[in-house]
Design a binder for this molecule. Structure first.
Ligand SMILES: [Zn+2]
Length: 376
């Protein structure tokens, strides 16, 4: 199996979340050939694959996902999104950067590593899911992590193959991610004719001041590794459509990306205090999409930096920005979780791509990481 062909084979499978759609069959066949013990674990609407090699020593786990986001308007793509075409040494397709290339790169890295080291002093696991990008209701990999914990199994080092790099492969890695909290707010007023202002309570006017306070609030200062918590309103709607009617209520959706200096509960409490202080009549519901996570221990980071330095000549910078990732499910085990993968310039976009040179470099870095883990 060759790297480019494997990446292409995976991209050609239209595996939109939460469907794996057969990627795992391709992966399973190839990993069985490399003497991995492969299990497929399905529940809810999600499919998962856990492949294990070796039975003693610390567990190194590559974590990834085969699902992709929808391709969007197909006529805007220069190359069909599921054709995996190569043009001027660039591989195009949905999943080329996020993250089928990383999966292919790790599989080839494992193959090359095991050829030279058939009995490594650590265990190699590959844990993949078909619903990283999609909705929580369809199932996430947290259940597998819970089951492993119940069985007394532990992941020591977890490498997440998400596209972390900015300008060159390996220039940026993540050792944590912010949390995400969404609030669905309904501000309740009193409907009536605009010509009788004393007889109405205008929820739009009431919201103005509260929005100003929320958007100017300093939630925390962040820390050495995290930006301060940020608040953004993503949706607002109110009004009956008529120009002469004050509506009864206004709906507003907001989201906080929060650093480990805050918690979902501390943020909720502060927001409710602001509502109370402004005598707001409201209803609210919350969805906590993710808690923040952060790898404090330096051992695995140092190992990865050593590998990156050998390939790139310099270490990666550490940036814990970006959205959420499946690393958040593994981190609570106490694992050292690091995210490292290709450039994130084109992820989720039209014409998502990876230069072939980058694809090979991701593989080189992953191979070097395996070698460093073996000697650390
Ligand atoms: Zn991803």
């Amino acid at each position: 199996m060759a790297l480019l062909e494997l990446a292409q084979e995976l991209i050609r499978i239209k595996s939109i979340s939460p469907k794996d759609n057969g990627c795992f069959d391709v992966i399973e066949n190839k990993l069985v050939d490399l003497n991995f013990d492969v299990q497929k674990i399905n529940y809810s609407n999600v499919e998962n694959l856990l492949a294990r090699y070796g039975s003693s020593g610390p567990v190194f786990c590559f974590l990834g996902h085969t699902d992709v986001v929808p391709e969007g308007p197909i006529d805007q793509w220069s190359f069909p999104p599921f054709a995996a075409e190569v043009n001027e040494n660039i591989l195009y397709g949905r999943g080329a950067a996020d993250m089928k290339s990383s999966i292919a790169a790790f599989m080839i890295a494992a193959k090359e590593f095991l050829k030279l080291n058939p009995n490594p002093n650590f265990q190699i696991w590959i844990l993949l899911t078909s619903n990283e990008e999609g909705e929580k209701e369809d199932g996430k990999i947290d259940k597998i992590i819970d089951d492993l914990t119940q069985e007394g199994k532990f992941i020591d080092y977890c490498l997440v193959g998400e596209a972390s790099s900015s300008n060159i492969v390996g220039d940026t890695l993540r050792r944590g991610r912010r949390g995400s909290l969404t609030g669905y707010l309904k501000v309740i007023g009193k409907q009536g004719h605009v010509a009788y202002p004393k007889k109405v309570i205008n929820p739009i006017h009431l919201s103005g001041e509260v929005i100003r306070i929320l958007s100017e609030e300093v939630w925390d200062e962040g820390n050495e590794f995290f930006e301060p918590t940020s608040f953004q309103i993503s949706n607002i709607s109110g009004g009956t459509g008529a120009t002469n009617v004050v509506p009864n209520s206004l709906d507003l959706v907001f989201n906080l990306r929060f650093s480990p200096e805050s918690t979902a509960d501390s943020l909720k409490n502060r927001i409710l205090e602001i509502f109370e202080a402004n005598n707001l009549n409201y209803e609210i519901s919350w969805v906590k999409n993710a808690d923040p996570y952060f790898t404090k221990d330096n051992k695995f980071i140092d190992t990865i930096q050593k590998a990156i330095k050998k390939i790139n000549g310099s270490e990666a910078i550490i940036d814990n920005g970006g959205g959420t990732s499946d690393g958040r499910w593994v981190a609570p085990m106490g694992s050292q979780v690091v995210e490292l993968g290709p450039l994130n310039k084109t992820i989720h976009q039209i014409n998502e791509n990876i230069p072939i040179h980058d694809l090979e470099k991701v593989k080189d870095i992953y191979l070097q990481i395996l070698q460093e883990v073996g000697t650390s």
